[in-house]
Each structure stands twice: as structure tokens, then as C-alpha cells.
Design a protein around this ligand. Structure first.
Ligand code: ZN
Length: 198
């Protein structure tokens, strides 16, 4: 039995496809949108489409940006010889929020997970290795301390070792299984300062 008109059902269905949105939240969001002023809905729709159309990967660090090279990579004050490897742009944002890291980043967009069938070729590792052919002094591996994050860290350190570039891993002030983006800034900084060479 259909409780709602087709348009409303479709809206609910679209919302329920988003991560973390169950059917109740989807209904709440759908009715919220329907009650919003028309201009606000149009602006929301346009923002969604524009973001999807214009956001791409930075040609250097692979983070999401609306320019060819992101502002961090472009910034002459950032130390281009130090690269921090993170899993997602959200992790990058977490470290940026500390305001105490002056190097650059490399965003993998995931982690190696044999369980989920995600191999080294499925994340942005090739791009990292290409960058290392330039002038790089240290690679700081800041993947999450989950099984996947640790597997990825190990894999990367083995790849980099033969190049002679210094490889370090952020300290375990980061709780095991913890997602970087939820960790407070003090803990993140301590993890960075206490990094150990691999
Ligand atoms: Zn970049």
C-alpha cells in the first residue's frame, strides 16, 4: 500500500540511499525539504550538482578540490619534501585543523582490505610512488589504526624502504580501530610528534 504520493516516495527513496540514512531519517528529510522555501531547495539542488560536476582529484595529492592543484599543494609555505599519507580527505581535514602540520599530503581514498577485496591497485598508491621520484625526504603514514589501516601502512613502508626515503608511522596515541576524523586535535598532534621511523 502506498502511503505517500509518488513524488514524495521517490524523494524518500533517494535520501535512503545515502550512507547512514535509514527509512525514518529519509522520511524526515523528505518532509523537511518539501516544507523548505523554494529558493532554498533550488540552491541546495544546484550546490549538489555543482559540487559533483566541479570537484575532482588534485593532480598532485589526490585530495578532492575544484582546482587542478589543491591550495595546500600550491602553497609555497608548505614543505613539499614531507608527505603525510592519509586514507580520506576527512583525515586530511582533521590534521589541517590542528594548524601545526606544514608538510603536504597524499590521499589514498581507502585502505587495503583483503576481506573486502580492496587491493593496492584500488587505492591511490601508484600516484604516491610517482611523487616519490621527485625530491621527497619523509613520508609519514597516517592511515587509521584499524586492521586495514595497519595493513596499508605496512605495505607502503615496504614499498618505500628500498628508495631510501625516511618512512614513519604516527604514534599509537590514536586508539586502535579509531577513525582519524573523530580524534581530538591534541591527540592527533601527539600522534604526529611521537611518530616512529619504520
Ligand atoms: Zn593537492
Amino acid at each position: 500500500m502506498e502511503y505517500y504520493s509518488k513524488q514524495i516516495s521517490r524523494l524518500i527513496e533517494e535520501f535512503s540511499r545515502l550512507p547512514g540514512i535509514g527509512s525514518k531519517s529519509a522520511q524526515r528529510l523528505a518532509f523537511h525539504v518539501i516544507n523548505m522555501p523554494k529558493e532554498q531547495v533550488e540552491s541546495l539542488a544546484k550546490t549538489l550538482v555543482d559540487a559533483r560536476n566541479n570537484v575532482c582529484y588534485c593532480e598532485q595529492c589526490c585530495t578532492l578540490t575544484d582546482q587542478k592543484i589543491c591550495p595546500i599543494c600550491k602553497n609555497p609555505d608548505r614543505d613539499q619534501k614531507t608527505i603525510m599519507v592519509v586514507e580520506t580527505p576527512r583525515d586530511l581535514a582533521a590534521y589541517e585543523k590542528t594548524g601545526k602540520y606544514y608538510g603536504t599530503y597524499h590521499v589514498l581514498h581507502g585502505a587495503i582490505s583483503p576481506m573486502l577485496g580492496i587491493g593496492p591497485g584500488d587505492i591511490r598508491l601508484k600516484e604516491l610512488m610517482q611523487r616519490l621520484q621527485g625530491d621527497v625526504e619523509e613520508v609519514i603514514i597516517a592511515t587509521n589504526s584499524s586492521l586495514e589501516g595497519e595493513t596499508t601502512a605496512m605495505y607502503i613502508s615496504k614499498l618505500i624502504k628500498p628508495t631510501g626515503i625516511k618512512v614513519s608511522r604516527i604514534a599509537s596515541g590514536v586508539p586502535v580501530g579509531g577513525d582519524l576524523e573523530y580524534i581530538d586535535e591534541v591527540t592527533l598532534l601527539r600522534a604526529l610528534e611521537g611518530r616512529t621511523q619504520l
